[in-house]
Design a protein around this ligand. Structure first.
Ligand code: PHE
Length: 453
């Protein structure tokens, strides 16, 4: 343990870059590749992208700053951090929403991560070296309609637990230091290759030239907001937890800016990797959640032998990105329960990991209507799986984010807020403060009301 840690009795990041890579690892995940591409595909491409970028800049950045400020200041877990800063007040509920969201998101996230791992395995061992006998679509739907995904979901949870058990520096930081640069390289390689496939013009037009009609659809705004929260890992105290391992002297605005820019680049470059390929082979951009699992393998299949290598790289990218995000969700829950029940890291991680695996079983078994639990519907005719995603991404994360923004914007004194944000008395500080006090709450509420209406 370092001197700082001994003084504090709490784990810390080894280096500043280690923290930034870990936070980036949390942010960059299935959200940037699987979720971003299918949602952008369904929501009109460029129009969605514009609203998404606005949401990132004006809502994502301020809320990320707030999470960092709370974590670095309190040096504690999602719930206790609020107790420390505002004793006796109900703000800790924001942290509670975060821990609950962590449980639910990871429960279905591990299922999708499991699918990517299964595809990686099939590309390595030959299962996908040629077109499956019934085609790629039924290969995917029959896989997710039976009980097999549970095995893959289990392996993902085991790997995630394995990293979190090792702790902040030796587990989370180290894993991200290896995985993040690797992900960057694979993504750039694949995007560069995709641009040579002949669909570049159509793919880029789809992604970058807006269909103005889409702006009239209120759901596009909620979807973009939910995606901004999901992709930046906001609203569930993941970044409160991560920044609580940060020495007090580390500066926040530059860290938040780099994470936001890199996460957005990851999503946009993932779009540049996926849509040109989709258009080059006349596949449909609005294929939904299956885009990455049906359309992309179809594309790889048409490339020929080299497509196998691309398939391996693509699903390696997805799996590694997913695991580094899953680690952050698990850490939110583990940090909370370790403190709450005075347990050590290992038993807590294993226990919580097992619990989340069990909670995820209904999602694993309800991804299609034909799946064993696919017939059970709630929340506007959604199955377990879609309900878990909708409830967390579109409701719990924005709600958690709203509470976090209100907490910092409305209850911290101006001078305290300026100091803790590291903006001090600069112009940026005042702008940041007004964005938090007015713009963020109004925007989130407006999007909520609009989509309910
Ligand atoms: N940001 C992750 C992704 O894009 C998902 C995530 C959400 C991680 C919330 C942590 C907290 O895939």
């Amino acid at each position: 343990m370092s001197k700082n840690e001994l003084e504090q009795g709490r784990e810390q990041w080894g280096t500043r870059i280690g923290f930034i890579l870990a936070a980036l690892g949390s942010a960059v995940g299935l959200g940037n590749i699987w979720r971003f591409s299918y949602i952008a595909g369904e929501s009109g491409g460029a129009a969605f992208l514009i609203i998404y970028l606005l949401a990132i800049a004006f809502i994502g950045f301020p809320i990320m700053m707030c999470e960092f400020m709370i974590g670095r200041r309190a040096q504690s877990d999602a719930v206790q951090s609020f107790h420390i800063i505002a004793p006796g007040k109900p703000w800790f509920i924001a942290g509670g929403v975060g821990v609950a969201a962590g449980f639910i998101i990871l429960s279905f996230y591990a299922v999708v991560a499991g699918w990517t791992l299964k595809y990686l395995f099939s590309y390595i061992t030959g299962g996908l070296w040629s077109t499956p006998s019934d085609g790629y679509e039924s290969y995917f739907t029959s896989f997710i309609s039976n009980t097999q995904p549970i095995i893959w979901q289990f392996i993902i949870m085991a790997l995630t637990v394995g990293i979190v058990v090792l702790g902040v520096k030796k587990g989370i930081e180290k894993a991200n230091k290896i995985m993040m640069p690797l992900l960057g390289i694979i993504l750039l390689l694949l995007a560069g290759y995709s641009l040579t496939l002949g669909g570049a013009k159509a793919g880029l037009t789809f992604l970058f030239s807006p269909d103005w009609e889409a702006f009239r659809n209120p759901n596009v705004y909620l979807t973009a907001l939910g995606q901004a929260f999901f992709s930046l890992s906001l609203g569930m105290a993941a970044l409160i937890t991560y920044s609580s391992y940060l020495p007090r002297k580390e500066k926040l605005p530059s860290a938040a800016t780099s994470i936001i820019i890199l996460d957005t680049l990851f999503a946009v470059i993932a779009g540049i990797m996926i849509f040109p390929a989709v258009f080059a082979f006349n596949a449909a951009p609005d294929a939904g959640p299956g885009l990455v699992f049906i359309t992309m393998p179809e594309v790889f299949g048409q490339i020929g032998g080299f497509g196998i290598v691309i398939g391996i790289l693509f699903f390696l990218l997805l799996t590694a990105a997913a695991i580094s995000s899953a680690v952050s969700m698990l850490e939110v829950c583990v940090a909370y329960f370790m403190r709450k029940f005075s347990l050590s890291r290992k038993p807590t991680t294993i226990l919580i990991g097992a619990l989340i695996f069990i909670i995820g079983l209904p999602s694993a078994l309800s991804a299609t209507a034909d799946a064993p639990l696919g017939g059970i519907h709630f929340l506007g005719d959604r199955g377990f799986f879609d309900s878990a995603d909708f409830l967390t991404s579109n409701i719990m994360l924005p709600l958690g984010g709203l509470l976090i923004a209100l907490f910092v914007g409305w209850t911290w004194e101006k001078s305290e807020m300026m100091r803790e944000s590291d903006f001090r008395s600069s112009q940026f500080g005042s702008i940041f403060r007004w964005i938090l006090i007015l713009l963020v709450p109004i925007a989130i509420l407006a999007v909520f009301v609009n989509s309910i209406g």
